[in-house]
Design a protein around this ligand. Structure first.
Ligand code: HEM
Length: 421
């Protein structure tokens, strides 16, 4: 039995919606389905950015890296002139940002990707799995007897945070420090900052950079069995090893790409467990359903709703000309609700066929390099949570709007749960 979860019929005209409205960001699905049928290439009137929402269009755009570039530098992101404060501070006292991996196109991207592939291997994830499993249980042990928890701060945040922090040489007790770094690194990409906030972000990122630079040095001399050692020592024959600037940039992407995303996936998965106890029970009774449960949670409410590309030429789609130099938002979250790919897309169904064809990890050359690790973290977490916690319910209503406001990411700040063990 699946519960119906269709967006309510909505007769409002498109002009009544704004992607900048926090309530639309928290529940964008009625808007997406309107865009699917009425306006597949939508120009956001507030920003002039274009949004692509249909599954097939997204695949086309994401594969055409010549036209839709990941190097969106000239747009200055969300911050306008205030961005200079960050760049100047890093240049003066640390390492200025350089474009690597996610912000590059082939062939430059290919080199970074090759190096990272040597770091994020199936073998590494397999070797890490006992630690991932043990950490899951350690965290659950801290609250299980209480019969209640605040799921975000007691599980969803520390779990992926500790895994990455350990991989870059921090002690699990330094998780608060690491969270501060990750928040500061992510802030400029997610919300508009004033000068004071940007200065604080710059100081915190500097602290992270100086810490990391020391770790690079020490892992070059004495490699350990962690991701940072593999990265520092990764080499392609006949090419220069990664410079400290490049390493700083890659670490920035691993921290911002691997932390909050996994936290948000766990939060949304848990919220789906609360809303669909019958399906959660089926996974408890038949663990072979676990993998598809995970893929369906990622399809249904993926953490990365959209990201940016920039056009390198005028390009026409569905009769709309997107001018050269435009910012294009590739809306993975909308592709995942496209009826043509996922019939009854608004229904959460752990038995869905081809749930795994979702776009929550992106598509094409930039698709998530950490997906193997993320999937293992989610598997270990849900297996233990479902085994050990029963009758899981919200102990208080979720905040309104449920997710924190951002154009690209969705994250739940607080989720008080009660349960039986
Ligand atoms: C559930 C968790 C995760 C989700 C939903 C997610 C989502 C994504 C998405 C949508 C992209 C595509 C970016 C684009 O199109 O420009 C991406 C790329 C990336 N992800 Fe993840 N991610 C997750 C976990 C992780 C983890 C655990 C790591 C590493 C520790 C990571 C590191 C990266 C990096 C470095 C890229 C850039 C790859 C490239 O440009 O070649 N992610 N991720």
């Amino acid at each position: 039995m699946t519960q119906q979860n269709h967006p309510p019929l909505d007769h409002r005209p498109l002009a009544d919606y704004s992607m900048l409205d926090p309530h639309v960001q928290a529940d964008p699905f009625p808007f997406y389905s309107k865009l699917h049928s009425e306006c597949p290439v939508y120009r956001m009137p507030e920003t002039g950015m274009y949004m692509i929402t249909r599954y097939d269009d997204l695949r086309e755009v994401l594969r055409d890296t010549e036209t839709f570039s990941s190097d969106v530098r000239s747009q200055g992101g969300l911050q306008g002139d205030v961005a200079r404060i960050l760049e100047d501070t890093l240049k003066e006292k640390g390492w200025a940002h350089v474009q690597t991996l996610q912000r590059t196109d082939p062939p430059q991207h290919t080199r970074y990707r090759e190096l990272l592939k040597r770091v994020f291997t199936g073998r590494r994830v397999k070797d890490l799995t006992p630690r991932i499993d043990a950490l899951t249980h350690e965290l659950i042990d801290r609250f299980a007897q209480r019969g209640s928890c605040e799921f975000i701060s007691e599980f969803a945040l520390p779990f992926p945070g500790i895994i990455i922090a350990e991989q870059i040489g921090l002690d699990p007790s330094e998780i608060d420090r690491f969270k501060r770094w990750a928040d500061a690194m992510l802030a400029p990409a997610t919300r508009v900052l004033d000068e004071t906030e940007m200065r604080a972000v710059a100081e915190t990122e500097l602290e992270a950079q100086h810490y990391l630079a020391e770790v690079f040095e020490s892992r070059r001399r004495e490699p350990r069995d962690d991701i940072i050692s593999a990265l520092v020592n990764a080499e392609i024959e006949g090419e220069q090893p990664l410079s400290v600037h490049e390493l700083q940039s890659l670490m920035h992407q691993l921290i911002t790409g691997g932390y909050e995303t996994t936290t948000s996936a766990l939060a949304h998965g848990m919220w789906l467990i609360v809303r669909h106890p019958d399906q959660a029970q089926q996974v408890r009774e038949d663990p072979t359903l676990l993998n598809n449960f995970i893929e369906e949670t990622l399809r249904f409410e993926g953490p990365v709703q959209g990201l940016a590309r920039q056009t390198t030429r005028d390009v026409e789609m569905h009769g709309t000309v997107i001018p050269k130099g435009s910012m294009v938002i590739v809306r993975y979250g909308a592709g995942n609700r496209d009826e043509s790919q996922f019939p009854n897309a608004g229904t959460f169904d752990i038995h869905r066929e081809r749930a795994v064809t979702h776009m929550a990890f992106g598509v094409g050359v930039h698709s998530c390099i950490g997906a193997l690790l993320a999937r293992q973290e989610l598997r270990s977490a849900y297996r233990a949570l479902l085994e050990r916690l029963h009758d899981i319910e919200l102990a208080r209503p979720l905040p309104d709007p449920v997710t924190q406001s951002s154009l690209f990411f969705v994250s739940i700040e607080e989720m008080h749960l009660k349960f039986h063990t």
